[in-house]
Structures are given as structure tokens and as C-alpha cells.
Design a protein around this ligand. Structure first.
Ligand code: SAM
Length: 240
């Protein structure tokens, strides 16, 4: 891995040090071993400015990474060939898990606004970007569609919706992804918790029906999973 990328991931994970070894270890492992976080910056998926709503932000990993990346770029230390990270993006996170919200607030320390809220009830302000990363599979199909509709409506013209989900048509790798998530749910004390998946093609159809232009990026490199990132752009003008 490029040294500048390593420094950025370490710096983002370092935000969690004050919350203890377990929190820092989790952040470090997730940021290093899940290819999505660095890829969002490498692929230039995030806008330079405006408002990012990270729905189901969890412990705030993406927000901590953006904050760390902006600081590192400001010091002139940046991976060669990567687009600049956001410079003036207001960071808003929403999550229903009180422990995650408390941790995210603590580690982000004023660099992001974190709200304890169910994304099914969140009323979004106008947004330049909305992230839904590994969240919608917890919601039933109707709720998934309602959340996506609301996100698409909240997006400003030219804004981007970033969705990551598993591709239910991806054979063994999908079965591995679902097994892993079910195991995590059981460990959280929800052995019967239902998870709701769609194929990548079904996601593209749904997102396109909301008027979004969709590009897909495989997002499981180096892992046994079947994750896909959907980069969805709202047209710049209302008539497309
Ligand atoms: C697998 S974690 C992903 C966290 C974060 N998006 C990331 O990629 O680092 C899923 C998160 O979604 C949150 N979540 C699940 N259902 C939710 C809901 N209805 N409203 C808000 N957050 C929800 C969970 O609390 C958890 O923090």
C-alpha cells in the first residue's frame, strides 16, 4: 500500500485512540481491510464542498477518514495521482445505535455533526452527497425504497448518492457475505434478525427509476465478499 495512503488510514484510525484500544483496533482493521473507504477518495466520489449526509454512519469511519484526508492534503502529503479530498464539505452523520453515535461524536470532536436517528425518519436538508454504506440491507424493501426516494429528493442537482450493498446474484461470494452478516447479527444478540438483499441489477433498476445516473464499482477486492458500490448522480438540471 502507498505510504501516503497508509498515513491517511492510520491518521483516521488514530482519532479513535482516545476511545480505547478496542475502538482504535476496530477502526484500523476496518479502514485497512475494507477497500471501500480508501476507494471513495481514490475514485473522487465525494464532492469538494457542500453537505454530506452519511446515513447509518456507524462509528463515523467515513467522516473520520474525510477529516483526516483533508488535513493530510493540507500538509502537502497526498497519494500521487489521487484527486484532492473534500476541502469544505460539512459532515453530517445519522445512526440509530446510541453507542455508535456517542463514539462518533467523541472521536470526531466537532468536525462532524452526528445525530441519533433512524434513517427511516430522518428529514434531510439539501445535500451535495448522501452515503448509505452497508445499511440498507437492514431495512425491509419498502423502507429501502422510501429512504432512497427521500435521499434522491434531498440531493441537489449534480449531487451524488453513494450506496454500497452486496450483490445477491453473485453466487458463492454473496453467500459468504450474507453468512458473515448473519453471524455478526447473531453475535449482536439478534440471531433471527432479517436482512434484505437485492441483486446489483435490481439496485440499478431501482436507483435509475429515481432519476439517478448509476455507475457500479466492484467493492470487495481482497475480500471474499460480493459488495458493489453504486455511484449515483442526480442530473444537473431538472429536465436532465
Ligand atoms: C455495517 S454498519 C455500517 C456503518 C457505516 N456506514 C460504515 O460503512 O462504516 C451499519 C450501520 O447502520 C446502522 N443502522 C441500521 N439500521 C438503521 C436505521 N434504521 N437507522 C439508522 N441507522 C441504522 C447501524 O446502527 C450501523 O451503525
Amino acid at each position: 500500500m502507498d505510504r501516503a495512503v497508509e498515513r491517511m488510514l492510520d491518521s483516521a484510525a488514530g482519532c479513535y485512540a482516545a476511545a480505547g484500544r478496542v475502538a482504535k483496533g476496530f477502526a484500523s482493521g476496518k479502514l485497512r481491510h475494507d477497500p471501500m473507504y480508501a476507494a471513495l477518495l481514490r475514485l473522487g466520489c465525494l464532492p469538494d464542498r457542500g453537505v454530506l449526509a452519511d446515513l447509518g454512519c456507524g462509528r463515523g469511519l467515513l467522516l473520520a477518514l474525510i477529516a483526516a484526508a483533508s488535513e493530510q492534503f493540507g500538509r502537502g502529503d497526498w497519494p500521487a495521482g489521487w484527486p484532492p479530498p473534500p476541502s469544505q464539505l460539512a459532515l453530517h452523520g445519522y445512526d440509530v445505535n446510541a453507542a455508535h453515535v456517542t463514539l462518533a461524536r467523541r472521536v470526531l470532536d466537532g468536525r462532524a455533526r452526528i445525530t441519533l436517528q433512524d434513517v427511516r425518519e430522518t428529514r434531510l436538508p439539501p445535500c451535495t452527497a448522501v452515503a448509505l454504506l452497508d445499511v440498507l440491507f437492514y431495512l425491509d424493501p419498502d423502507a429501502q425504497e422510501q429512504v432512497l426516494l427521500h435521499a434522491a429528493m434531498a440531493l441537489e442537482p449534480g449531487g451524488v448518492l453513494l450506496l454500497r450493498e452486496a450483490d445477491a446474484a453473485h453466487g458463492l461470494a454473496f453467500l459468504m457475505t450474507r453468512w458473515s452478516e448473519r453471524t455478526l447479527e447473531a453475535l449482536r444478540g439478534r440471531p433471527r434478525g432479517r436482512l434484505y438483499y437485492r441483486s446489483a441489477r435490481e439496485w440499478v433498476t431501482l436507483l435509475s427509476s429515481l432519476g439517478l445516473a448509476v455507475r457500479t464499482e466492484p467493492m470487495s477486492t481482497g475480500t471474499p465478499f460480493a459488495n458493489v458500490l453504486f455511484v449515483c448522480r442526480k442530473a444537473v438540471t431538472s429536465d436532465g
